[in-house]
Write a protein that binds this ligand. Sequence first.
Ligand code: HEC
Length: 127
Amino acid sequence: MIPAENNRLVASRDLARGCAIRMRHRESTLKTVDTRKPLLTAIVAAAFLMPFVGRSQNPFPEGQVRDTVVLVCSQCHPLTRIIEGDLTAAEWEFTLYDMIARGAAVHAEDLDLVRQYLIDNFAIDTR
Ligand code: HEC
């Protein structure tokens, strides 16, 4: 016969072990989410592009910095600001610096490429 006190001990030990397992499980779930982050980012970026798929002309054509522009420039306003912007090449140059001053995270090494991409695809005087 096991004394009642022993039973309680066993029960609380099992409870503690159960908690440890649950904690570990939680940790591994969190890790799984972390490793999926780049995938989520890609899905979000793809979702932004979805409305344009199937149009006769993709407003954001292939280019070295296409994904950067789509991601960075959709943080504060819809990308329609860019598509419907009625800007000349010179105005685009100004606007890009204006956006960076407002907080657009364009890396210094991407600056020339982003400026060229915007002018090539959206400037009303060079299109
Ligand atoms: C930190 C927030 C932020 C980010 C990031 C951002 N913008 Fe803007 N953008 C604004 C705000 C605020 C306005 C409205 C300015 C106004 O109406 O005076 C604006 C307006 C614009 C306009 C309209 C300007 C005009 O004169 O018609 C264009 C075009 C534009 N953004 C392009 C871009 C591009 C391209 C990028 C990526 C390089 C970008 N934005 C990233 C905040 C941002």
